[in-house]
Design a protein around this ligand. Structure first.
Ligand SMILES: C[S@@+](CC[C@H](N)C(=O)[O-])C[C@H]1O[C@@H](n2cnc3c(N)ncnc32)[C@H](O)[C@@H]1O
Length: 327
């Protein structure tokens, strides 16, 4: 069986040797749905490695089963938001082509933050394309096409391959599931192709993980007394939004754990932070645990700080002794 790949269990940035039999130029499909287009890409481009990025676990399972049945070694689906993979996994000038088919079907004003085609995502895709690499986009929503056209035409690092904003027919194109549905319901595709040109663009390096965050504190309170005083809280630090949602105690071991959700511009993660006793009396370590496979990002460092700071503020005799945190 294929090992399930996720943004949380891969090296940052991507090491092709970890997931492919050998390194090849890379093609990335974003939001591959039922995986048929992804498989067609793999079969039509045997000299490339293909990565599919998806947020739906069901789509992941379907694509994995299809890839396994066909015995393809040059294609791997990765469970990840595209935005997260662009920021943490993919290096500048490493992708020969991006394919995005029928993104954001819920295209509405209020979903702007979640929309795939937006300034920072398009800029990152442009940075990740190799010289001459191509961004392929298809949509059947005409408002989306107008919107995407404005964005892409306004990206100096990309050049339109057509003499019009988009074309409504592409010979030899493999039809995706959504595409077929659109045709059946009388909607046609709008196809975009933009090539990376020689215009210089900025290349934000892939965001690496940090060391595991922890801090030491002294408190006369037991873990049970700490959890008794717990109230869910939300805070913001350096662009990271931290929600400390729940706390649990194991009174026998004098251990408390805190469930956190950390929302950073590039990644949203759930994590568990543990407060456990040290050998010294009244001393604790507060640290991010491996539960849920949260990666030690800047936001996770802020979450450990938030939990530790809250505990240290509960009693006059409590204080933080040492912080092993990145500022
Ligand atoms: C409308 S479906 C299109 C599926 C497929 N491309 C097709 O044409 O049949 C959009 C797909 O994008 C995925 N998706 C949405 N936002 C995403 C994101 N930010 N990163 C990765 N995948 C995403 C969804 O889970 C869904 O499978």
């Amino acid at each position: 069986m294929l090992t399930k790949l996720s943004i949380l269990n891969l090296s940052w940035p991507l090491n092709q040797a970890e997931i492919f039999d050998r390194a090849r130029p890379l093609i990335v499909e974003i939001g591959f749905g039922n995986g048929d287009y992804l498989i067609d890409l793999a079969e039509a481009n045997a000299d490339h490695n293909i990565i599919g990025l998806e947020i739906s676990s069901q789509s992941m399972d379907k694509a994995e089963a299809k890839i396994e049945r066909r015995g393809l070694s040059n294609v791997r689906p990765i469970h990840s938001r595209a935005e997260t993979a662009l920021a943490h996994l993919l290096e500048p000038e490493s992708v020969a082509a991006f394919h995005i088919n029928y993104p954001d079907p819920w295209f509405k004003k209020r979903h702007h933050r979640r929309r795939l085609i937006k300034r920072d995502t398009v800029d990152l895709m442009t940075s990740r394309l190799t010289a001459g690499g191509v961004l392929h986009l298809a949509t059947d929503i005409s408002d989306y096409a107008e919107y995407a056209h404005e964005f892409l035409a306004d990206t100096p690092g990309l050049s339109n391959q057509f003499d019009r904003p988009w074309v409504n027919e592409l010979k030899g194109r493999f039809h995706t599931k959504y595409e077929e549905k659109g045709y059946r319901q009388g909607r046609s595709g709008h196809f975009f192709q933009y090539r990376r040109n020689a215009h210089p663009v900025s290349h934000p390096p892939p965001i690496k993980e940090l060391e595991m965050p922890h801090l030491f504190l002294r408190s006369p309170l037991s873990a049970a007394e700490i959890v008794e005083r717990f109230e869910a809280s939300r805070s913001e630090a350096g662009g990271a939004h931290i929600a400390v949602l729940r706390a649990y105690v194991n009174p026998k071991r004098n251990v408390a754990i805190f469930e956190v959700v950390v929302d950073e511009p590039s990644i949203e993660q759930r994590g568990v932070i543990a407060l456990s006793p040290r050998p010294e009396p009244e001393e604790y370590i507060v640290k991010l645990t491996g539960i849920g496979h949260a990666r030690p990002t800047y936001g996770m460092h802020r979450a450990v700080e938030a939990v530790g700071g809250w505990v240290a503020g509960l009693d006059d005799g409590a204080r933080v002794l040492e912080r092993k945190l990145r500022d």
